[in-house]
Design a protein around this ligand. Structure first.
Ligand code: GLN
Ligand code: ZN
Length: 761
């Protein structure tokens, strides 16, 4: 069976160009609509996507890219890996699926975690020795048929068996020695069944995604890759197999797949550009199709088509066919640049979202097949845009560049901690076990309405600021009543901890409709960082100073760290991320200085995303952590010894970043430890961390109010590992998503617990 791939994309957004799926899901969950109505919205979205991709001229259209929630969850359901606690609910198939995703009263949801180094989150399948795989759900086959009826023969996309098992976790009943990979054999029987059915339905190609091999893998895992694709390749009734690896260079796995009996390999030549050098040596590729992922599937820039074409062209001799594609699924970018009305036209001309990227791939495919002349106009237009961006004045700011050039290591160093500690003890005069919060207080409907009214122009800036000041005053009064020792202004003026800063700095643009799925129905709209970053004027000090003048207690100023700002934005691809990080760090540093000048004695720089940007391969960790830590230190140095620097990290499984946490050199670090029972404190001790630490003492992610006794017990456990003069008492994250009734009760109990433990400490 021969058939070529030509031009394709590895996947497509599914939430809908106007977030139709989000609305339909939320209506269904709220019982405002029926299953039939939800399914109809889904069907329409699928049909629109297939028609659009086919109509745009892709030679091969991906199928099965739709999901009601998550593709990893879909894979679990397809192969019958539904844990008994959901089966026992006795719900219909759709509601069982949503129970796994969102939980119900009697059955908590599957754990959710980040999909590699993206901001998409998947649900973690639970696999045990008792899991019985089968082809339990035929959605991929049904959707193949559905597309066929519309005249589009798709290439169904399914998470590959190894990536599926490597991302799964052992279920609660599994013995300690069990690994999900132990079940591979049985799972492959179910995959074989799916492949057979797809073939019978008429599918020419199936795409199996194996991004897990862009990360470090053991010899046993590589061996499993070899045996898996030998086995699937040797099946006699199956479609052609395209194995897609993305988010980096597949390294050794590339050789394994090249010598396997699959028909095609898709490689990410953006995140894993180094593969360009190794691919020609892989003899096994000569009779395969190589799908060259030359259009960045994860970022929003228009592709340099000349460069992409020459990358693809250098590979021509290496493979039987060279096809062109996006580097990964387009799930990670918004739908359509044309939907943007607010983005400045020049910046807009540099952007490509999913729809535009499909056009780029089509152009590249035609250039490879028919020659450059066939698409001369498209190539010229792309060249003009790329050149315009490269030379645009607005991308560069000479003052920012000069400032960067003048940086010395000492700009990112604070004096010895001992000195700082003494200076801070003198000015701050805090009790042992000081109580505080992470920064945000509940964002009430009222606050959000005020923001919407400002945007709509129905109130002016002065009225809005007045509303925010009232909110701050209320939050300060409440904290005083609760008896907290270190107060915050509550962050009412911030729509989001990254977007807010992006909107107040030069070098960023915000979008109207640039939504990207984060998980389930949840979407985010990352700002686009296109140029040198600088701060035209002070952003936060006015709010913090207002809060401070209302109270004698110290108010912590709140800033978002440079790494987190990068992690939650689309970043420029024309300079190293480390350079962009320094620019953002300088802007944050200026904020810290302004806060200090406004009388603020504590500055918190949040870096919840520090771990998220960690490269998939260990060899790259050091380089990343070096610049990430340096950026944080640059942002937090140069202030008085007596100014206390705090940071907040949203997790407590530090793993490979634990030494970096020490290197941040913050005076106080608050972490999420409520759920891990303080064990993290021993880990921190083991690496010589000897600074203030606030291991969150209750879980703000749940509406449950902790009893004082529980919090006191946790504090006593923490005191086993940390001396009283270093221990802080705080919730484990910001309170923004909670309601006032809950947080008042919870903080009352937290303060009471600190008071009972304090005299004994
Ligand atoms: N200061 C922020 C808040 O409290 C921190 C949130 C975070 O790190 N995710 O909302
Ligand atoms: Zn947090």
């Amino acid at each position: 069976m021969t058939s070529t791939i030509g031009s394709t994309v590895l996947g497509y957004p599914r939430i809908g160009p106007n977030r139709e799926l989000k609305r339909a899901l939320e209506a269904y969950w709220a019982s405002r609509s029926s299953e039939a109505e939800l399914r109809e919205v889904a069907r329409q979205l699928r049909a629109d996507t297939w028609r659009a991709l086919d109509g745009a001229g892709l030679d091969s259209v991906p199928g099965n890219t739709f999901s009601f929630y998550d593709q990893v969850l879909d894979t679990a359901v397809t192969f019958g890996a539904v844990p008994p606690r959901y089966v026992d609910l006795g719900l219909n198939s759709l509601d069982t699926y949503f129970a796994m995703a969102r939980g119900v009263e009697s059955a908590p949801p599957l754990e959710m975690t980040k999909w590699f180094d993206t901001n998409y989150h998947y649900l973690v399948p639970e696999i045990g020795p008792g899991t019985r795989f089968s082809l339990a759900d035929r959605t991929p086959v049904e959707q193949y048929r559905e597309a066929r009826e519309l005249g589009v023969s798709t290439r169904p996309v399914v998470v590959g068996p190894l990536t599926f098992l490597l991302l799964s976790k052992p279920d609660a009943d599994a013995p300690a020695s069990f690994q999900p990979l132990d079940t591979l054999d049985e799972l492959l029987d179910a995959y074989a069944e799916l492949l057979r059915e797809l073939r019978r339905a008429g599918a020419q190609w199936v795409q199996l995604d194996e991004p897990a091999f862009a990360a470090d893998r053991s010899p046993a895992e590589l061996e499993a890759l070899r045996s898996t694709y030998r086995r699937l390749g040797d099946l006699d009734e199956r479609p052609n197999l395209l194995v897609a690896g993305y988010f980096g260079d597949l390294g050794e796995a590339l050789g394994v797949l090249a010598s396997s009996p699959v028909e095609a390999l898709a490689v990410d030549l953006v995140a894993g550009h180094s593969a360009v050098d190794t691919l020609p040596a892989l003899r096994g590729l000569r009779d395969k199709t190589l799908v060259a992922g030359v259009v960045d599937g994860r970022n929003v820039w228009r592709t340099d088509l000349d460069a992409a074409l020459s990358t693809a062209a250098t590979l021509l001799g290496s493979a039987g066919e060279v096809a062109v594609s996006t580097s990964c699924s387009l799930l990670h970018v918004p739908y359509d640049v044309e939907a943007e009305t607010r983005v400045d036209p020049q910046v807009k001309s540099w952007l490509a979202f999913a729809e535009q990227k499909v056009g780029e791939v089509v152009t590249l495919g035609r250039a490879l097949r028919d020659g450059r002349d066939a698409v001369a106009d498209e190539l010229a237009a792309a060249r003009a845009a790329v050149t315009n961006r490269a030379h645009a004045d607005r991308v560069r700011n000479h003052r920012v560049r000069a400032r960067l050039d003048g940086l010395r290591p000492e700009h990112a160093r604070r004096p010895d901690y001992g000195k700082r500690r003494a200076a801070q003890a003198k000015t701050l005069r805090l009790p042992p076990l000081p109580t505080t919060t992470i920064g945000s207080f509940p964002q009430t409907g009222d606050v959000r309405r005020a923001r919407a009214a400002l945007r709509a122009g129905s109130i002016d800036e002065a009225a809005y600021n007045q509303r925010m000041r009232e909110e701050i005053a209320r939050v300060i009064r409440l904290q005083e009543q609760l008896g907290l020792d270190v107060l915050v202004h509550g962050e009412p003026e911030r729509n989001d901890m990254v977007q807010y800063f992006a909107e107040h700095m030069e070098g960023f643009v915000a979008t109207d409709n640039g939504w990207v799925q984060s998980y389930g129905s949840r979407c985010v709209r990352p700002p686009i960082l296109f140029g040198d970053v600088w701060r035209p004027e002070a952003i936060t000090s006015g709010w913090a100073a207002y809060a401070q003048h209302l109270t004698d207690k110290p108010v912590k100023g709140m800033l978002t760290g440079p790494v987190t700002i990068l992690a939650w934005s689309f970043v420029r691809d024309d300079q190293p991320l480390a350079v962009t990080a320094k620019q953002v760090a300088l802007a944050i540093r200026d904020e810290a200085h302004d806060l200090e000048a406004a009388g603020i004695r504590m500055v918190q720089v949040d870096e919840p995303a520090l771990r998220e940007l960690l490269p998939l391969r260990a060899v790259q960790h050091k380089r990343y952590l070096d610049w990430a830590v340096e950026a944080f230190r640059l942002a937090t140095s140069g202030i008085a010894d007596s100014t206390q620097v705090h940071t907040h990290l949203c997790y407590s499984e530090f793993g490979d970043v634990i030494n970096a946490i020490v290197a941040l050199d913050a005076d106080v670090t608050s972490i999420e430890a409520a759920r891990s029972r303080m064990e993290v404190l021993d880990d921190l001790n083991a690496v010589g961390f000897a600074r203030g630490v606030g291991p969150g003492v209750y879980d703000i992610h749940s509406p449950r109010v902790p009893e004082p006794q529980e919090v006191a017990d946790l504090l006593r456990a923490a005191l086993e590992a940390v001396p009283a003069e270093r221990l802080w008492v705080n919730p484990d994250c910001g309170l923004k998503t909670r309601g006032y009734a809950e947080i008042e009760a919870a903080l009352t109990n937290m303060v009471a617990a600190a008071e009972t433990v304090r005299p004994m400490a």
